[in-house]
Design a protein around this ligand. Structure first.
Ligand SMILES: [Cu+2]
Length: 251
């Protein structure tokens, strides 16, 4: 019996890193940084505004699409840079709560990341009924109405993957999150830059996710449907105590 237990114990340790099951936290020595830049090549398309279907007196008749936000130097906002299959590294900030605000009939921020097992707190800043509907890789994880202003819904997010965030009240409202089991991910700012720090030096696969801006249709409720997200990938090396600059192009 003891032998079997030992065998199970040992095989768990041997197999889990190979399968990418677990992330181990450790002290990172001589950690390096990734500075990623996501740029749009060519002229970005002008996206059609989204029609507001309800509460037009408060929300306005239409809202600008946030599906593709390109800055003056071509930097793409709201892309997510992340390391794939990283098995060990810096400590996860588990206590950190991620805040999402339903404000002026938009999700703010429009795109964010979080770590599996941490809390998402959703505030309704508006004096109208919103709803928070979160589907992670197609599986509904949270669905709650928020009729009152300043109402907060808190939920622990236990699943990894891509979260599609919608409001059942307003068909124009859409947001996204990516949920990871490690802390190495970041969203691009208005210059198209993302920074990931304190990485153990070495070779990695760095991915960039973008929600896609190509409308493929409209669903029964009047909600725009989009093409598959764009996923870009690069093999990179993070130097000890140094910075790896990595450029990505969207077109
Ligand atoms: Cu809403």
């Amino acid at each position: 019996m003891k032998k079997i237990m030992l065998l199970l114990f040992v095989s768990c340790f041997v197999l889990s890193p190979a399968l990418g099951i677990a992330y181990d936290e450790m002290e990172v020595k001589n950690g390096g940084q990734i500075m990623g830049h996501v740029k749009f090549t060519g002229n970005p398309p002008k996206l059609a505004s989204l029609k507001v279907n309800k509460n037009e007196d408060f929300c306005g008749k239409e809202k600008s699409s946030e599906a593709l936000v390109v800055g003056k130097d071509g930097g793409v906002r709201f892309a997510i840079g992340y390391l794939e299959n990283i098995e060990k590294g810096k400590t996860i900030e588990r206590k950190k709560q991620t805040d999402l605000n339903q404000e002026k009939c938009l999700f703010a921020p429009h795109v964010f990341t979080l770590v599996k097992g941490t809390e998402l707190a959703v505030l309704n800043s508006d004096p109208i009924l919103h709803n928070i509907n979160v589907n992670v890789d197609g599986i509904q994880t949270l669905n709650k109405g928020q009729p009152k202003q300043n109402q907060v819904v808190v939920a622990k997010i236990r699943r990894m993957g891509q979260a599609d965030i919608t409001c059942d009240s307003h068909t124009h409202m859409r947001g996204y999150a990516m949920i990871f089991d490690h802390p190495y991910h970041a969203v691009t700012d208005e210059t198209g830059t993302f920074v990931i720090d304190n990485i153990p030096p070495g070779k990695y696969t760095l991915k960039v996710w973008h929600e896609s801006w190509k409308v493929t249709g409209i669903d029964d409720d009047g909600r725009a449907l989009y093409d598959k997200p764009v996923l870009l990938s690069k093999e990179i090396e993070v130097p000890a105590k140094g910075i790896a600059h990595v450029n990505f192009e969207l077109k």
